[in-house]
Design a protein around this ligand. Structure first.
Ligand SMILES: [Zn+2]
Length: 407
């Protein structure tokens, strides 16, 4: 037998089973993890807790149920074995082994259904993320912000020029109109051929334009919300490429996303939250993946030094003009390296940007480093190391609780 069903048949099965877009979204990330470990054609497809990074482990703990449900719709079974250590096992429901080609077909079929136009409603997602960020900044620092401050923000879909030369601008998020009250978002459902080509040129998986756009929305909106606040606080950036304000918007964006999402899940009671199980964790895992992939490709020694100088001067030492993908990488990386899930750090990062700070950004010395940097900064390279034994112990508890639910 030629392994699993063919791609078209898998798509039909998923459609007939009433597939869920968020389950499919996290399943892509899950199968990527597995695929990355597949070097031969007939692996047993096991993922042991000790082979995962802490970030991957937190993703898999959160995504286990939606991934299991999604795969069961095409007769693939995901189970957990607890001896000798917590291990996940993927196979056909009838017990046969999955081969590398089968994983590739599953991935291709998932791409086919998630890349269908209007599966994801980006306007709705952007609005939900704005509301999440708005609530989080007020909750973290009610002394600095209030709800009415931020309630005027409107969203508008980018129309763009639609020319080849304008594609990088047509697919960019932007704030600036109407005193920082308008946030322009690109809609990957409406891209022209040139815009699709531009978006694809930045991707590891070139077909995943729409699912990748979901990732971009999660990363971009917290950044853009800080730009909205900069307008309110009359921040002025004399650098030609706005490297000071770009630093600041990125500096707090990762924490705003993580803390904001955690509060949204608490407030909206898990299943009622717009962030489905495993989705935030998938965003974080892919974010790190992308940086690990792109940094060595895009940042030579000179650019790496330039990045560190910019980061460690709190945005005062501006890089030179950078290509689009490099500039995005600088911003994404600073957001990652300062991201935390600690609400107190969100508060202190917002203080660093907005407390008694208005006008020319360069008139203020960098805030005292230790309190701010060392508490929050985690070099992204750290997160690519396998788990320590303490971390495994901690996560075994989580795995066991999933396992016991299955008994
Ligand atoms: Zn920006």
């Amino acid at each position: 037998m030629d392994g699993l069903l063919h791609v078209d048949e898998l798509v039909s099965q998923w459609l007939a089973a009433g597939w869920d877009k968020w389950q499919a979204f996290v399943c892509l990330t899950f199968l990527d993890r597995l695929r990355a470990r597949g070097r031969t054609a007939d692996l047993p497809w096991r993922l042991a807790a000790s082979s995962l990074t802490p970030l991957e482990l937190s993703f898999i703990s959160a995504a286990y149920k939606p991934v299991k449900t999604c795969l069961s719709q095409v007769n693939v079974s995901l189970t957990i074995e607890s001896d000798p250590e917590p291990t996940m096992k993927l196979q056909y429901a009838n017990g046969d082994r999955l081969r590398l080609a089968d994983i590739d077909r599953l991935l291709e079929a998932l791409e086919n259904i998630t890349e269908t136009a209007h599966v994801f409603d980006f306007g709705e997602l952007v609005q939900n993320l704005i509301d999440m960020c708005r609530r989080a900044v007020v909750r973290a620092r009610p002394t600095l912000f209030n709800h009415s401050d931020l309630s005027a923000i409107q969203i508008k879909r980018v129309i763009g020029f639609g020319e080849d030369w304008s594609a990088p601008f047509d697919i960019a998020f932007q704030v600036g109109q109407h005193g920082g009250n308008q946030l322009d978002y690109p809609d990957a459902n409406e891209y022209t051929a040139a815009q699709r080509a531009e978006a694809a040129s930045r991707l590891q998986h070139a077909r995943r334009i729409r699912s990748n756009h979901v990732h971009r929305c999660f990363r971009a909106i917290p950044h853009e919300i800080i730009h909205c606040l900069q307008s309110r606080y009359h921040h002025v950036d004399s650098n030609r490429f706005n490297w000071g304000s770009e630093h600041d918007a990125s500096f707090v964006a990762g924490t705003l996303l993580r803390v904001g999402a955690s509060w949204a899940r608490q407030d909206d009671g898990g299943d009622g939250c717009f962030i489905a199980a495993g989705v935030l964790e998938a965003v974080l895992v892919e974010w790190l993946d992308e940086m690990v992939h792109l940094c060595p490709l895009e940042l030579d020694d000179e650019l790496e030094a330039s990045y560190l100088a910019w980061r460690d001067s709190f945005g005062h030492t501006a890089p030179r003009e950078l290509r689009g993908v490099q500039a995005t990488l600088f911003k994404d990386r600073i957001a990652w390296e300062h991201s935390s899930n600690d609400p107190e750090i969100l508060g202190s990062q917002l203080d660093a940007l907005f407390k008694d700070r208005t006008g020319d950004l360069y008139q203020y010395p960098p805030p005292p480093g230790d309190a701010l940097y060392r508490r929050a900064t985690r070099c992204f390279k750290v997160d690519t190391q396998p788990c320590s034994s303490d971390e495994i112990d901690q996560w075994i508890v989580g795995f066991r609780s999933i396992h016991s639910l299955e008994q």
